[in-house]
Design a protein around this ligand. Sequence first.
Ligand SMILES: *Cc1c(COP(=O)(O)O)cnc(C)c1O
Length: 230
Amino acid sequence: MTVEENYRQIDENIRAACLRSGRRREDVTVLAVTKYVTVQTAREAVDSGILNIAENRKEGLIEKQDAIRDSRIVWHLIGTLQTRKVKDVVDRIDYFHALDRLKLAEEINKRKKTGKLKCFIEMNISGEATKHGISEEELDGFIDALGQLEHISVVGLMTMAPYTEDKELIRQVFRKLRRDRDRIRARKLDYAPCTELSMGMSHDYQIAVEEGATFVRIGTALVGNELRGN
Ligand SMILES: *Cc1c(COP(=O)(O)O)cnc(C)c1O
């Protein structure tokens, strides 16, 4: 299957999920997660009309960006970021999906000289010890603390559901994220409009769309994972 064929299938699935949940297809943005593929495959995604490209590490982001160089692309960093690497990416990305601690937010704020970086707060809803992200209990306090940082805009919340065949469990996680998003959005904070939901990957994006995802992050099912040896 080519990337374009995969995309056509995914797009169809998203349309069906939107139909089931009374949503509009244009309210869901597909990110191509290119961390497991070559520059050439990433370029194939762009040529198929997918202009939102996501990497989970700074090094991969810079590699793809320097090789592809297309001003239409919206670049997303979706993985955790070490504080000392902030300066290398802060002016290269359009969205950061893994804001999970105040120190990191402060460093972004310091290094971002003009404008605001659009950030998602990464949430650990399932409570798995191996996952990044803040807990639901910490969210409001974290949002309060970000109010002083003029170069950060909290556009939404992000999470990763547990990797399981239990669809109901996955759905519960997405539903909780949506409720948290709604609660922060209702506070009507200028610096935290919090209108977006970044959730759903290859194996669970259809559930995520049904539960309100506005950004789905799809790697394997869309561009494959050739560098992982599959
Ligand atoms: C790798 C990754 C994805 C995509 O994973 P697939 O299962 O290959 O679709 C999505 N989100 C994050 C944060 C990732 O690191």
